[in-house]
Design a protein around this ligand. Sequence first.
Ligand code: FAD
Length: 291
Amino acid sequence: MKPAPFTYFAPHSLDEAVSLLGQYGSDAKPLAGGQSLVPLMNFRLAKPRCLVDLNRIPDLAYIRREDGTLAVGAMTRQFEAEQSDLVRAAVPLLVEALKLVGHPTIRHRGTVGGSIAHADPAAELPAAAAALGAELVIRSGRGSRTMPAENFFVGPFTTALAPDELLTEVRFPVPAPGTGYAFLELCRRHGDFAIVGVAALVRLAADGTIERASVVLCGAGPTPVRARQAEAALQGAAPTEDRFREAGELAAQEAQPSSDIHASAEYRRRVAAVLVRRALLAAAERARERR
Ligand code: FAD
């Protein structure tokens, strides 16, 4: 199918893009890699009256390490972030998550900011951003603001962005030394969206107990789901398989999955319990290696 008619703008600066969004409000949509928006438009599930193409704005694509933060411009291609030595050294969980996003051809066009702004509940990057405690930088004609990734996702494909706002940067805190990580998911075929996925981080204290754990699920609710009870139960505990099994059961209870053509809610809960246990085991192993 072909999209409904729309007006196309190709601004060359962030100020110009923000001004167009301010002018057209909810009639406009930013176009990033187009890997989600263009199919939606072709199926006429999205009918924006105008597109503001971000692809000619050079200031939005970069990866910088600034003190304890890795700053990634919203228009950075997913493949570029996945291949970046800076990202691998600072936030390896992100690389692990990126490798699970579709296929390389999709990641060559798809952007880090586009995936987060799209807020697909099954997507990997929103879950990774929430697990890492990322901060999102948001711009509009009214100024700039930042927001924790965790508060950004308000429902399926729905975020806290106002129609005139652009996501410009994702700031990932660099995890402390001794932090292990893992991103695991179950999908029908490699490259498919996750039926359920989990981003896990484990930091070990000097005595070998868990100082901090972070567990966020995707494909298990309307937004990325932080498993707070599982995280609380792990704090100060020994990193044993039994503890991680209990955490998996807690996380499965905290999940809010629904049934669809891919899997039942009950199946998703079972998978969540298993993946959380395995991801925590892998993260704890890496935490030991990274101490
Ligand atoms: P677009 O498609 O251009 O935009 C998506 C939405 O975000 C639009 O509403 C747009 O207006 C908005 N937007 C984009 N950038 C901004 C911004 N800076 N500020 C405000 N709003 C913005 N994704 C996964 O996570 N996991 C997968 O397994 C996966 N598999 C895929 C398989 C296929 C075959 C395809 C085609 C896509 C798949 N994707 C998957 C989606 C892919 O990751 C997309 O790249 C991503 O969802 C959207 O990024 P984009 O840059 O293409 O954004």
